[in-house]
Design a protein around this ligand. Sequence first.
Ligand SMILES: Nc1ncnc2c1ncn2[C@@H]1O[C@H](COP(=O)(O)OP(=O)(O)OP(=O)(O)O)[C@@H](O)[C@H]1O
Length: 308
Amino acid sequence: MRDPAVPVVRVRGLRMRYGANDVLHGVGFEAHRGEVVCLLGPNGAGKTTTIEILEGFRMRSAGEVSVLGADPAHGGEDWRARLGVVLQSWRDHGKWRVRELLAHLGRYYAPYSTPEIPRPWDADELIAAVGLTEHAHKKLKNLSGGQRRRLDVAIGIVGRPELLFLDEPTAGFDPEARREFHDLVHRLSDELDTTILLTTHDLDEAEKLADRILILNGGRIVADGSADALSRQVSGEAEVRWSVGGRRFVHLTTEATKFVYDLFKQHGDAVSDLEVRRASLEDTYMTLVHRAETGGETQLGLQEAGVR
Ligand SMILES: Nc1ncnc2c1ncn2[C@@H]1O[C@H](COP(=O)(O)OP(=O)(O)OP(=O)(O)O)[C@@H](O)[C@H]1O
């Protein structure tokens, strides 16, 4: 049923027009099984529009879209049961209790259980996985913002989705909750082979989570690659810092490994405080978005050719 060679998400030439306003201009990308793909871009870039089209909540103007082998515009209930969606906010009844709600929602997925993917996720196991065990019997209205967000994530994965959409999932999380959430995302992708498509404005989060980063700007994909690959394309040089005999040195090089090797050959144990730093995702993101906005090299990162 799940052929690993077939992309979980395949988008070609996706266009979207609201009235007379074109907001997606031929977007194309793929996401494969177990991959965590992070969609970045400035406000209004078209991230939510793209995600909503993939979720089947919005009709596209043109282009080809395949999600779990189906066109989202015509996806049935059995298709929808294989998706998980965590929106930015979720309205519900404050009188429901955490465990009660998850057990209730889980029942919807039972008819779509398969030997490969038993559905739904056991409510107690799921509550433990998102770190809400102590709050399992609390009413929703009594949860803190961060606890509420953990519940949102639990609701999104209760049906053990093959493809999970996360829209700014950690907004409002404290650092510990954020780290636990990142562990959960890694577990979902590594152990359950869940494909995850997430949007975030937190570049540190994107760097930690994403196997691949897509940068959308003005309705176009301007970069597609791992954080490292994009960083190398924007700035081929790494910065090497070290100290010898109490003096601090800095050197920019395209061959950091060779440079460090030579450094140790020359100075041996006298080298201390060694650091090798590439452009951070934040540097890369700023450069790529700026280039796209000033009409520089668009589509950077999509092809090695033409990249400086
Ligand atoms: N229902 C709508 N009707 C008309 N225009 C819309 C509609 N929804 C979004 N837009 C416009 O489409 C463009 C893309 O919006 P979208 O919400 O997809 O961006 P985004 O990248 O998700 O932004 P943000 O980071 O602010 O959430 C924006 O210019 C927005 O004003």
